[in-house]
Design a protein around this ligand. Structure first.
Ligand code: GSH
Length: 246
């Protein structure tokens, strides 16, 4: 492939969405290849393309750079794009922090976001497909997926993020970002995973963030970035964006 950047990911604004946000934040044009879940990935797998597959591990997201380099694993995609478009700390030590924060963002995604998204989509389907007849099953779905326990687990993670924002302020003197003085790929990753988790049913973001003023201010600052707000307001809330596909 020659030319520009390309992102392969499912249409749903889930794990790979942070890469889209990063391209938007950096005002970097990219080919946003949106695949249907779950079959859209098949034509790109090794079983079909052999060594020509752009998917290192037959998973999405996958990024291809203008010189044809393919990168997999979302944290590596974020670092690769971030370093290429000027959204990465310059020092190796700060870049290691950015990577650590991006991996932690993925822990939030796996242990909170996806765990709440699945029951939210099931409840949404019960409402949409069955005209609300089976809505009475929603509390059972939430019980089965232990959603209140999962929601409670976000608190201790956000507390650690608050401590990391405070650390960056004390060491670098930068107010507002996680790593160094400028916005980096780690900020975009955490903005995505925390914002979208808090947007899922059952959370009251104001209440959840009441004891974390730095995280709250961080989310507000990121939301005000014109390139991000333009994209996000067009896209809409995550559950609605996913439900639109059913
Ligand atoms: N650790 C990987 C996880 C990738 C992953 O689980 N991707 C899912 C979509 S979010 C996928 O490709 N599923 C389809 C499949 O495995 O066929 C990463 O960080 O990118």
């Amino acid at each position: 492939m020659a030319g520009g950047w390309r992102l392969l990911y499912f249409s749903a604004p889930t794990r790979g969405e942070q890469v889209r946000l990063l391209f938007h934040a950096a005002s970097t044009p990219f080919e946003d290849v949106r695949l249907d879940f779950p079959k859209g990935i098949t034509p790109f797998k090794h079983s079909v393309l052999g060594q020509g597959s752009p998917l290192m591990f037959d998973q999405l997201p996958a990024v291809t750079s203008p010189d044809g380099t393919h990168v997999a694993q979302v944290a590596a995609c974020m670092q690769f794009v971030g370093r290429s478009v000027g959204f990465a700390p310059e020092s190796p030590a700060q870049d290691a922090r950015a990577m650590a924060l991006t991996l932690y963002s993925e822990e939030i995604r796996d242990s909170v976001f996806y765990k709440l998204l699945i029951p939210a989509v099931i409840c949404g389907l019960l409402r949409k497909k069955f005209l609300g007849i089976f809505c009475f099953l929603s509390p059972l779905v939430n019980l089965y997926f232990r959603t209140s326990k999962v929601r409670a687990s976000l608190n201790r993670r956000v507390r650690l993020l608050e401590a990391n924002l405070d650390h960056n302020f004390r060491t670098v003197g930068s107010e507002g970002f996680f790593c160094g003085a400028k916005m980096s790929y780690a900020d975009v990753a955490l903005f995505d995973s925390v914002r979208e988790s808090l947007d899922l049913p059952g959370f009251d973001p104001d209440k959840e963030l009441a004891e974390f003023p730095l995280v709250r201010a961080f989310l507000q600052r990121m939301e005000a970035v014109p390139e991000l707000s333009a994209y996000l307001s067009k896209r809409g809330p995550v559950v609605e964006a996913i439900m639109a596909g059913f």
